[in-house]
Design a protein. Structure first.
Length: 698
């Protein structure tokens, strides 16, 4: 491509190897008359006098025959049409070596060295040579960003470097801001007249303009369309979808014969292409000059939005992989081209990006897309539009997944209220909101508030959607989970079994919901000490999650934790400890240390140390988990009661009764208030407390 340093490299080679070419080094400008340049060179440098009555080609041949002894290097700089220069080249003698620079890909018979842009470290080094190492290293972060913005293009780096060298008080941060503002029209990217010692004779934009002039209208329109894509790898199938009325072979010809041939486009791998960032800026400038610019933007936005339908609410690893190359371009639409989307599609890019990241457990990356969805939707559709409710709901669900319950609740309530107002009580979306709000209360241990909402959502779904619907299975699972948390195992088990059968029939066994359902059923068996029934289900759920979501996902970490718990209950401590540690590391990396799941993992790992009497290792983990749960879940959560009970037990077994008793008492009060006096957790804490009192008074 233009500006990559072809001429400079050829020049440096010629200088470095001048001694090897005893016959001389002849530098020719391919855009001028090559034959005339050869004759003039021979006359001036070699004192040859070809006959005047010969035509030009014969005079050139005379020069070759009478050239002085030794190997000769002929450099043809900037060849745009090889056919025009070929007749003048000496091909009969091997002592004449020809080195050409060109933007084009020449025939297979000509050995080629394709130049790419610089590597990041080499780009920084070039900048150091131009403005000084100290100046670069003082603003190394800005220098790195500057090189990245310039796409590591040697011409861009040299021009900007020389500009900075002339302006010693200009910071690299300010330089970057100026480039962002004026793009290719920034003076730093123009070739100044004062820089006579530069090999390059053109600025960046002027260098690109030479290649632009070689394109026909079809080629130019394709280049402009490509500039709408994000500065990321472009799946060619998506390009073709932007041009449904254009013959695919015609597009392919423009791509291969012109854009690729002139190095205006790069082929990264099969079906994947990419523009250099500065060429993208150049083509975007050209796009704004086209009458069809708005038509092209709308076509691009429409094609990208069509990808959204391939992203389900809970995507698996294969579904994530299938759309991953399209997601940077989805972000480009969301950030810059929502004007070209109709009202019906306005939430699609944001929703897709949120699901894409949330489906991988990347909650921090998902959040800004859900927030922006809410902002854009309100601005376009108003506060009372039905699409506002899903945006509230999605953001609330994300917060719930992160344990940010206080932020999730008002959003869930707003979504429920709006749906009731717009859709009435008898609508599946109202059932969804009821279920989600109940799930939030369930996560907080507010079981008395959660149960009636779960029951109402289940009844609505059964009546509106029928018994054979995945949403009914979700409601059954959630209600069963509530009963399991309350120790109501006889009520929970048949619901879990019913949900599992439904999901197997409706979604199949290769679905994340099926893995969740297996895990839930195993959990109730584990709670009842039915380990032989629980273990194979946990193993199946873990393997299915590994296959569908991968090992770098919070759901995989949760299932590792669950399997470890059953090993711990069975006295298989070495196996349990290894899995607990693996799950803890995953949770720390994926969700951070300020998450309820991380606290659960700390508590569980402490448990395996505790039963092995490794009290010094267990105590700090239990204290950290308790502190986290109090802060994240509040003082009245059953998990806080459970944690207090575990820490009290640790103290009791060490004979530290005065420390254990108040913890047991506090745990019992919380459990009785939140779960009731007949709950298995409450009963266990009461028994432990009584035992501690007896031992403490002996």
């Amino acid at each position: 491509m233009g500006g990559v340093g072809k001429t400079e490299l050829a020049l440096q080679y010629a200088i470095a190897h001048r001694e090897s070419y005893q016959g001389g080094v002849c530098w020719l400008l391919a855009l001028q008359d090559v034959g005339l340049q050869i004759v003039q060179f021979a006359r001036i440098q070699l004192q040859l006098n070809p006959p005047e009555d010969f035509d030009l080609q014969a005079q050139v041949a005379y020069c070759w025959r009478n050239w002085r002894e030794g190997e000769v290097l002929l450099v043809l700089d900037n060849v745009t049409d090889y056919k025009q220069v070929k007749p003048y080249l000496e091909t009969s003698s091997s002592r004449f070596k020809v080195l050409m620079t060109t933007r084009q890909r020449l025939g297979a018979s000509i050995a080629q060295l394709s130049l790419d842009v610089l590597q990041p470290e080499a780009a920084l080094e070039l900048l150091r040579t131009l403005i000084g190492a100290e100046r670069v290293d003082e603003e190394i972060s800005q220098a790195t960003s500057l090189c990245e913005w310039l796409g590591y293009l040697p011409l861009g780096l040299e021009l900007v470097g020389r500009y900075l060298a002339r302006k010693e008080d200009l910071s690299l941060e300010e330089m970057l801001q100026r480039l962002e503002k004026k793009k290719l029209e920034q003076p730093a990217l123009l070739k100044p007249k004062s820089e006579d010692d530069m090999t390059a004779q053109l600025g960046v934009q002027a260098a690109f303009e030479l290649s632009w002039q070689e394109l026909n209208n079809t080629d130019k329109q394709l280049a402009c369309l490509l500039s709408l894509f994000a500065p990321a790898p472009i799946p060619w199938q998506l390009v073709e979808q932007c041009l449904p009325d254009v013959d695919a072979e015609e597009i392919e010809e423009s791509r291969d014969d012109k854009l690729l041939n002139l190095h205006l486009l790069q082929r990264k791998e099969k079906g994947i292409y990419q523009l250099h960032p500065l060429l993208r800026e150049f083509f975007q400038m050209k796009l704004e000059e086209l009458e069809k610019a708005d038509v092209m933007k709308r076509a691009f936005a429409t094609a990208v939005i069509a990808v959204a339908k391939y992203i389900p609410e809970t995507p698996n690893r294969e579904e994530i992989k299938a759309v991953s190359t399209a997601m940077p371009h989805m972000a480009e639409v969301a950030n810059n081209l929502t004007t070209y989307l109709n009202d019906k599609d306005i939430i699609s890019p944001f929703l897709s990006l949120g699901r894409f990241y949330q489906g991988q457990g990347f909650y921090e990356q998902a959040e800004p897309w859900y927030k922006k969805c809410l902002e854009v939707t309100k601005k376009r559709l108003g506060e009372e539009h039905r699409d506002i409710a899903p945006t509230w709901n999605n953001l609330a669900y994300l917060y719930n997944s992160q344990g940010r319950y206080a932020e999730a609740e008002p959003l869930y309530l707003q979504a429920l209220e709006l749906r009731r107002c717009l859709l009435g009580e008898e609508h599946p979306d109202v059932a969804l909101s009821l279920n989600n709000l109940a799930y939030l209360y369930d996560s907080q241990g507010r079981y008395a508030e959660a149960e009636p909402l779960y029951l109402q959502a289940l009844e609505l779904r059964q009546r509106l959607l029928g018994e054979e619907h995945p949403d009914v299975a979700t409601s059954l699972n959630n209600l069963a989970g509530l009963y399991n948390s309350q120790g109501r195992y006889a009520e929970a088990e048949p619901l879990y079994l019913q949900a599992l059968k439904l999901i197997r029939r409706l979604l199949g066994e290769e679905h994340p919901h099926f893995a969740t359902s297996l895990n839930n059923l195993a959990a109730i068996y584990n709670s009842q000490g039915r380990y032989a029934e629980a273990e194979p289900l946990y193993l199946q759920a873990l393997e299915l999650t590994r296959r569908l979501l991968g090992e770098e996902h919070p759901h995989f970490a949760s299932k590792l934790n669950n399997l470890a718990a059953i090993y711990n209950s069975q006295g298989r401590y070495a196996e349990a400890e290894l899995l607990f540690q693996q799950a803890l590391q995953l949770m720390r990396r994926l969700l951070g240390e300020e998450h309820p799941h991380f606290a659960t993992n700390l508590n569980n790992l402490a448990g395996v140390y505790y039963v092995q009497r490794r009290y010094k290792e267990a105590e700090p983990l239990l204290q950290q988990a308790l502190q986290l749960r109090r802060r994240l879940l509040g003082e009245e959560h059953p998990d806080v009661a459970s944690n207090l009970n575990n820490l009290a037990g640790l103290y009791q077994f060490q004979g530290r009764y005065s420390e254990a008793e108040p913890l047991y008492k506090q745990a019992l009060e919380i459990s009785e208030r939140s779960l009731g006096i007949g709950n298995p957790l409450t009963i266990m804490i009461r028994r432990n407390y009584a035992n501690c009192l007896r031992r403490g008074y002996r």
